[in-house]
Design a protein around this ligand. Structure first.
Ligand code: ATR
Length: 279
């Protein structure tokens, strides 16, 4: 019997319970996944004490606690430590061990959708955004072996900070959003990691895609709406699309593996989640 859950705020509408309960059902593992909303205005250390007492087998951590959970962990996986954020905690004999499955989940979803990338890791990648999500994705792309990843962001200093992860063998240029827009035809893969285009602002895009290369892979981590304006414009330019909800599924798949050692087949859930998001 696995007792799992999610901490964060606000999380009442989170899709994680639905995803993990589907995983439990499909693997015939008995368990539950509860929403544990923690008001950021209350004492986090008190909340953590109460959470310890619940003795869950594992839990996910989302906004705004991905960094603040770290001092309460007994161990932090090397990758999560470097990224500076934890989204998955497993309870091993009373010890809390933290992991980050966001970036790795994203890259796994991208590689599963476009297996050809496996042998083309020198392709030219543009990542737009330099927030928490971008940090995990950039780290995971480098770990996967991608060697040419430029970062465009509204605030250049935040993009510059990410290059601390870059090994000498990789190349990263920092770009303004305007430069990225003008040089878009240079890129084979474009990854949109900002919140621009998310409901209720679905009419907006972070940059214009006028200069997009037709065969470009275009990915947007926004999944509400499921087909963002960014993806719609990319499609009209002949791009190959990668949808944001897959990151949600794959990060959950990795978390579930950490908790239960079970591998999940995602194909059917992908369709079910799409339908769920499309209402
Ligand atoms: P998350 O943790 O979800 O990635 P975040 O850390 O708040 O969220 O990061 C948000 C990202 O979206 C940042 O790259 C931010 O750009 P800045 O670093 O300049 O703030 C980007 N972003 C948000 N709103 C934006 C907008 N209207 N135009 C351009 N970029 C925007």
């Amino acid at each position: 019997m696995y007792r799992l859950g999610l901490i964060g705020y606000p999380i009442k509408h989170s899709l994680s319970p639905w995803i993990h309960e589907s995983f439990l059902a499909s693997t015939n593992v008995k368990g539950s996944y509860s929403i544990i909303e923690i008001d950021p205005a209350t004492s986090f250390s008190k909340s953590m004490q109460l959470l310890k007492e619940r003795n869950l087998n594992g839990f996910n951590v989302t906004v705004p606690f991905k960094q603040s959970i770290i001092p309460f962990l007994d161990e932090v996986d090397q990758e999560a430590k470097r990224i500076g954020a934890v989204n998955t905690v497993v309870n091993k004999n009373g010890n809390w061990i933290g992991y980050n499955t966001d970036g790795k989940g994203y890259v796994r979803s991208l590689m599963d959708k476009f297996p050809g990338l496996e042998s083309e890791k020198e392709q030219s990648v543009l990542m737009i955004g330099a927030g928490g999500a971008a940090r995990g994705i950039y780290y995971a792309l480098l770990t996967e072996g991608f060697t040419n990843i430029d970062i465009a962001n509204r605030t250049l200093s935040s993009a510059q900070e990410l290059t601390e992860f870059k090994p000498p063998s990789a190349n990263t240029k920092i770009k303004t959003l305007e430069d990225a827009e003008a040089m878009l035809s240079d890129y084979d893969v474009v990854i949109q990691t900002t919140s621009v285009g998310m409901k209720p602002y679905e009419g907006t895009t972070v940059i214009s895609l006028d200069k997009l290369k037709p065969s470009c892979i275009v990915s947007d981590i926004v999944y509400q709406p499921i087909k963002t304006r960014f993806l719609t414009e990319a499609e009209s330019k002949g791009a190959l699309l990668h949808f944001g909800h897959t990151m949600l599924l794959y990060q959950a798949q990795l978390a579930f593996e950490i908790w239960t050692n079970k591998n999940i087949e995602l194909m059917e859930l992908d369709t079910a989640l799409r339908l769920q998001l499309e209402g």
